[in-house]
Design a protein around this ligand. Structure first.
Ligand SMILES: [Zn+2]
Length: 235
């Protein structure tokens, strides 16, 4: 089980770590700043700096078999480190920061469009959510204005853990969540944008909505009988 540095500090760009396992599938560290692909957010890319000064380019990160296991996947042709070796693991920060801004923007979109979410994806230059909603209830100008109002309000964004006991004691909390929390794991990590959105989420986010920056609704279109897709970009 690795220490997932990005959970407590999504702004951490690098960390010293020890290689604990190496397989063809990837490299496991005892701690990492690399977010693994999941929840619609792409895994991080970056580098491992070795003691001899050389670097291993890491093309991506995915979830491993165990709980909290992260597999760092080297780019084609790169060397693999040896178990026990110490490396300085660093993510491609510019790329990750865009993911954080877009991911936070999707939480805002979730709050602006009051309908069940059926899917979502963050990419480098856009992000989308799919909703189960009638097309005529999605008005580009209205959604865009609401999103940019929330960005402009500079709202605090924070992740915290809520225990099952705390959830049981506050049924109204669960009702306000757009996604129902999983039970039986002792607790759940929730993302809260004060007064706007509260839901279980394991992704990385910016600390304040102002960091998202101005948003544009790039596209609204039908994806099948019930799905309506709203695509966002940075304005
Ligand atoms: Zn999230």
């Amino acid at each position: 089980m690795a220490e997932l540095v990005f959970r407590e500090d999504p702004y951490a760009r690098d960390c010293r770590a020890r290689v604990v396992a190496v397989t063809e599938a990837g490299i496991e560290l005892d701690r990492t700043v690399f977010y693994p692909t999941g929840g619609g957010q792409p895994g991080d890319s970056g580098t491992f700096a070795r003691a001899d000064g050389s670097r291993i380019r890491i093309a991506g990160a995915v979830k491993g078999a165990g709980a909290d296991a992260v597999l760092h996947v080297p780019a084609p042709g790169e060397q693999f480190p040896a178990p026990g070796e110490e490396v300085e693991a660093a993510i491609d920060w510019e790329r990750r920061y865009r993911h954080m801004r877009f991911h936070t923007a999707l939480h805002l979109l979730c709050a602006v469009v009051p309908a069940p979410v059926t899917g979502g994806q963050v990419a480098h230059d856009k992000a989308r959510l799919d909703f189960d909603i009638d097309m005529d209830r999605l008005v580009k100008e209205t959604i865009e204005a609401e999103l940019n109002r929330l960005v402009g309000e500079a709202l605090a964004v924070r992740a915290r853990w809520i225990s099952d006991a705390e959830l049981d004691a506050q049924p109204e909390l669960v009702r306000t969540m757009s996604v129902q929390p999983p039970r039986g794991q002792g607790g759940v990590r929730v993302l809260e944008i004060e007064g706007v959105d509260l839901q279980p989420c394991g992704g990385t986010h910016v600390a304040n909505t102002r960091e998202v920056g101005p948003l544009a609704v790039v596209k609204i279109r039908s994806e099948g009988a019930r799905n309506r897709r709203v695509v966002l970009g940075f304005a």
